[in-house]
Design a protein around this ligand. Structure first.
Ligand code: RUB
Length: 321
């Protein structure tokens, strides 16, 4: 087997930033991965269409192998690479095609988020209190649209251990002028009596309507159900996982134990195991609505949208590298 071509340094750098969570959140990961493929295409010195495609596939592979759970990543790669199907163009034509598709993909991300924000905002009325988990740009778009149209909201923001992405959410909601109460994750059930909505994002949505999102979402949804608080998932359609149409399971990322406990403290405690799953699976029965740019769906019917958008067959050209 021949050695795969070296990806462009920008691709290496982007892959590193995604793996280290300098770039994080499903939408931002998709955006960064598409941009990196654009740089790979723009600066490729390949002298044949085959070499050009091989380099793009190798770049996609490197980006793909960074984090396993957010399906927006393979969906972004697939979208950009599908422009190369057939491969009968010369290098310049292929380069232009990739650049065009990257631009279209990135514009689509922004437009989808804006549109779903407008749809999700419709769930809120004046004086509502919204509980959030982690940091989701799709979820924040719903709050932003509501605030922009004059609805007064308050937020209870979970800090979201171990990485505290709730702090990002708190900062962004303050910028929107929303009063924020920050809580530790363990206080969520206690505070559930005081909130009107639970609003979260998604990293992947399976064909049965299960929602894969930041660890803690599934337990939070059980708590919200118990208190009769509606559970809303804001997720543009690149979060739909077409691989699950044929029964594949979403891989849950396990991260470094040092995010949970530093090595020194761990050594002081003595011999212990540490688990650090980054995501969990909320079953469809614990979700009230999935808000996408195509409208709101009960989780069980999201499969219809998934088939419409992806069909039954999906390609993974980076697997051939
Ligand atoms: C982020 C997370 C977010 C989703 C949706 O996890 O679980 O809820 O990615 O985000 P991590 P967005 O911080 O580990 O990447 O709506 O911005 O796509």
């Amino acid at each position: 087997m021949s050695t795969p071509p070296e990806p462009h340094p920008n691709v290496r750098e982007t892959a590193h930033r995604i793996a280290e969570m300098d770039v994080r959140g499903a939408a931002a990961i998709a955006d960064a991965a598409a941009a990196a493929l654009g740089v790979q295409a723009a600066e490729s010195d390949a002298d044949s269409s085959e070499a050009f495609q091989a380099a793009l596939h190798a770049a996609a592979r490197e980006l793909h192998d960074t984090r396993p759970t957010a399906v927006s990543l393979p969906n972004a790669l697939r979208y950009v690479l599908s422009g190369l199907d057939g491969g009968d163009g010369d290098v310049e034509a292929l380069r232009r095609t990739v650049e065009r598709r990257v631009a279209r993909f990135q514009a689509g991300l922004d437009a989808a988020q804006d549109r779903l924000g407008g749809i999700g905002a419709g769930r809120f009325t004046d004086g509502d209190v919204v509980m959030t988990h982690c940091h989701s740009t799709d979820a924040i778009a719903c709050i932003e649209h509501a605030v922009d149209s004059g609805v007064e909201l308050e937020a209870v923001v979970k800090e979201t251990r171990p990485r505290n992405q709730g702090h990002i959410t708190a900062g962004q909601l303050r910028e929107l002028g929303v009063p924020v109460t920050l809580i530790v994750d363990n206080a969520a059930h206690r505070l559930m009596n005081d909130v009107d909505h639970l609003l979260v994002g998604a990293d992947s949505i399976a064909a049965d309507g299960s929602v894969i999102n930041k660890i803690g979402t599934a337990g939070l949804a059980v708590s919200a159900r118990d208190r009769g608080v509606p559970i809303i998932v804001a997720a543009q359609s690149i979060k739909l996982d077409p691989r699950t149409l044929t029964g594949a399971a979403v891989t849950i990322e396990e991260r470094n134990p040092e995010e949970v406990i530093d090595a020194g403290t761990r050594a002081e405690i003595g011999e212990i195991g540490v688990a650090n799953p980054a995501f969990d699976v909320t079953p469809p029965r614990h979700v009230d609505a999935i808000v996408t740019e195509h409208g709101q769906f009960p989780p069980e019917s999201v499969v219809v949208l998934m088939r419409e958008l992806f069909g039954n067959g999906i390609s993974e050209p980076w697997e051939s590298v």
